[in-house]
Write a protein that binds this ligand. Structure first.
Ligand code: F6P
Length: 344
């Protein structure tokens, strides 16, 4: 069914920010102009729909944001489905704001809300983003390439100092409960060992391989995902979507402490944290963000609501939001096998 009327389209970004959000917003606004649509920025994710906080989104406002990190619309981790009254308020506000359709740009949480709203009749399409690359249904999300590029730069710096001091250096990266960021950082930086949440820590193997590398090079470099389970790593704090906050668990320092104890070699750790989420998007993320932003507008005009613009191979296609949310895309065994090839 085609929907070719000029529309008023709300755009929001939810969840953790990442490079690529601004190119996606820009892509949507540029394509909307072709259809004669009017875009409205909803400020601060789903929170902005509850408070009706908006800002105009026009060509002048987005023209120069292709290379800017973060999101010009702001973001939050607000979950309207925490309370049925908030769901009703969200739906009522879509009508009150005169929105014909909504573009929700986000990860599993934001798009999970979008999927539920679509099931309740809201005309919403999704655009996938997350630096964690853990969203199902799409080969990659923008934000990931930029985050790993920053981690690679940090790795190079840490290897320099590790080499100079003949130390073991640990880099803790983000990524939540999926190991993609650590995996790509580990392989891309030439790390001697990489810990990801999908594989329980085998201390004996790790110590053996780190020592082998150390004997050969007089230093060793290890990448650790924030989501791995180490004995003393604890945090009970949860966000609006029920996710444990991982950044204060101290996984990197704890792995460093244990490795130093087991190897007798001076070991230091560095946690890259939110530095990974900022900065100018890489070329890959600029292009992917632009493509999925454009696709979202086209999906609205072809009436493909309740769907998400997904990257499959080299194509951007519309897939049901329900295929993307609910089950995280974790690192499969074939990638774990590949990682092992580079631990020598
Ligand atoms: O989901 C993206 C992410 O950066 C995770 O890798 C990390 O665990 C989390 O967000 C941090 O969340 P916040 O910015 O709310 O501290």
């Amino acid at each position: 069914m085609g929907v070719d009327l000029q529309m008023r389209i709300g755009i929001l970004t939810g969840g953790g920010d990442c490079p690529g959000l601004n190119p996606a917003i820009r892509g949507a606004v540029f394509r909307a102009i072709d259809y004669g649509d009017q875009c409205v920025g909803i400020v601060g994710g789903w929170q902005g729909l509850l408070s009706c906080e908006t800002e105009p989104l026009d060509l002048a406002g987005v023209d120069e944001i292709i290379d800017r990190g973060g999101t010009i619309l702001g973001t939050s981790r607000t979950n309207p489905f925490k309370d049925p009254a908030l769901v009703q308020q969200t739906i009522a506000n879509v009508a009150a704001m005169g929105l014909d359709a909504l573009i929700a740009i986000g990860g599993d949480d934001t798009l999970g809300v979008a999927a539920k709203l679509a099931a309740l009749g809201v005309k919403v399409v999704g655009v996938p983003k997350t630096m964690d690359n853990d969203l199902s249904g799409t080969d990659f999300t923008f934000g990931f390439d930029s985050a790993v590029s920053v981690a690679l730069d940090a790795s190079r710096r840490l290897k320099d100092t590790a080499q100079s001091h003949r130390r073991i250096l640990i880099l803790e990266v983000m990524g939540r409960h999926a190991g993609w960021v650590a995996l790509y950082t580990g392989i891309g930086s030439g790390a001697d060992y990489t810990l990801i949440p999908e594989v329980p820590i085998d201390w004996d193997t790790m110590v053996r391989q780190v020592m082998t590398a150390y004997k050969r090079k007089k230093y060793a470099f290890v990448v650790v995902s924030e989501g791995v389970e180490v004995t003393r790593a604890t945090s009970e704090e949860l966000d609006d979507f029920g996710h444990m906050l991982l950044q204060d668990r101290g996984v990197g320092p704890e792995v460093a402490r244990i490795l130093e104890e087991k190897t007798g070699i001076s070991t230091r750790s560095a946690t890259i944290g939110h530095i990974q989420r900022g900065g100018s998007p890489t070329l890959f993320d600029r292009i992917l963000g632009s493509r999925v932003g454009v696709k979202a507008i086209e999906m609205i005009h072809s009436g493909e609501f309740g769907k998400m613009a997904a990257l499959r191979g080299t194509e951007v296609i519309a897939i049901p939001l329900t295929e993307a949310v609910g089950t995280l895309k974790t690192v499969p065994q074939e990638w774990v096998d590949l990682l092992r090839v580079f631990s020598k």
